[in-house]
Design a protein around this ligand. Structure first.
Ligand code: HGY
Ligand code: MN
Ligand code: MN
Length: 404
């Protein structure tokens, strides 16, 4: 499975993945998912929001145990973030069949669409739509960098955008959702530093997801000639942007939070032209809501102060937000019990579909050790022994939940 998925959407120059929602690479990933489902005799379907489901047993029986993740990526993302969860779900099912497990609840493997929000800027679109956390109207407002709207992109990919919207009936049939994901940090690796892959703590259980969001900062200045405009006469938004990036780092450090300006767009983006507009996207996350609010407020304040000095207009728009997620304790503890009781439980600053769905169904997450902690990068890697340990742990969890 891993080898078949590996080349899809991979950029040969960077080795990173460009699997954006409703693009050709996304179509190929979806085709791969359907192939895996049908090769296992699972009942394959796509829900009204484009999420893919592969069912074992009768979904209408309800109380299903569902596992899966996403196949889309951030720009030049790694191979594991998302796909490890989907591949491990199919592999765990194969393992349960080898064990002759008798399922007493329906089981499903899922691929939730557009988890990264790389193309339209909003994270977890597929799961948010299903959970009613994103209205059709708001989804129709989403545009990519070329101005293509989400509904147009869905239509071009052969999906009916008029169908998108809350899917409470479907979620009502889910008794538990478990998402396996490569750890995006090195907390597990640090626990047994130096331990060989497949020994020590190869698997962890999620406790919580930090509150996090995305804010677009628009710095509007005055286009002018880079060579003939005196410094005192400039209204240069790039200066304001630069000061804001430095302020973001300062404020995050003060609050024990994180803040990143990773995406920027400049108009007209000419070497010899002072920009008229600089757009910068802030991703900020913190252990709790108060800290996150304090950081973002302080960054906005610093940006405004500098904008006034530079004669630049500032507008800030919150484009994506997810409140703190505390995974349901009963399911979290059930997973630990099934796995022997000594599995590390750890928080994360990374968002996931399991976080979004936790408002609608009991959800839990398993993390697979990441020796470097690197993610959202072509260098993202987890050793095969640890990935196999993840599959076995997921199989144990699914057996414990669905094969009473
Ligand atoms: O950005 C995130 O936290 C996740 O990878 N979508
Ligand atoms: Mn990610
Ligand atoms: Mn992910």
């Amino acid at each position: 499975m891993w080898r078949e998925l590996k080349p899809i959407g991979r950029n040969a120059d960077t080795g990173g993945y460009r699997r954006y929602a409703w693009t050709e690479a996304d179509r190929e990933c979806r085709a791969w998912f359907q192939e895996q489902a049908e090769a296992r005799g699972l009942a394959y379907e796509t829900d009204r929001n484009g999420n893919q489901w592969a069912w074992l047993g009768d979904p209408s029986a309800g109380d299903a145990v569902v596992t899966g993740s996403h196949l889309d990526s951030v720009p030049d993302g790694g191979a594991f973030d998302g796909p490890l969860g989907v591949v491990s779900s199919f592999a765990a099912l194969d393992e349960l069949r080898r064990r002759g497990a008798q399922f007493t609840r329906p089981l499903a493997v899922t691929n939730f669409g557009d988890e990264e929000g790389a193309r339209f800027g909003l994270a977890c679109v597929g799961s948010r739509l299903a959970a009613g956390q994103l209205t059709r109207e708001a989804a129709y407002e989403l545009r990519d960098g070329d101005g293509i709207s989400l509904p147009r992109a869905m239509e071009a990919a052969g999906y009916d955008p008029a169908a998108i919207g809350p899917d409470p009936e479907r979620l009502a049939r889910v008794g538990a959702f478990v998402e396996l994901h490569v750890e995006q940090g090195r907390a597990l690796a640090a626990m047994d530093s130096g331990s060989a892959a497949g020994t020590g703590h190869a698997v962890g259980i999620a406790s919580a997801i930090w509150p996090h969001g995305r804010w677009r900062f628009d710095f509007r200045g005055e286009a002018n000639h880079a060579g003939t405009t005196r410094l005192v006469d400039r209204r240069d938004p790039m200066l304001t942007y630069a000061e804001t990036v430095l302020a973001a780092r300062r404020e995050a450090e003060l609050a024990g939070a994180v803040a990143t300006f990773g995406k920027i767009s400049v108009e007209p983006n000419g070497v010899n032209a002072i920009p008229s507009l600089v757009r910068g996207w802030l991703d900020s996350r913190a252990p709790d809501q108060a800290a996150l609010d304090a950081v973002v407020t302080a960054i906005e304040h610093a940006a405004k102060e500098r904008a006034d000095r530079d004669g630049v207009d500032l507008a800030v728009v919150r484009e994506s937000f997810t409140p703190v997620i505390e995974f349901e304790h009963a399911l979290r503890d059930e997973l630990n019990r099934i796995l022997g009781g000594a599995v590390p439980v750890l928080g994360t600053g990374a968002g996931h579909d399991a976080g979004i769905l936790s408002a609608s169904v009991p959800t839990a997450m398993l993390f697979v050790r990441n020796p470097t902690g690197v993610s959202h990068s072509p260098a993202e890697f987890a050793p095969e022994d640890d990935c196999v340990a993840g599959v076995i742990a997921l199989a144990d969890v699914l057996e414990g939940l669905a094969c009473r």
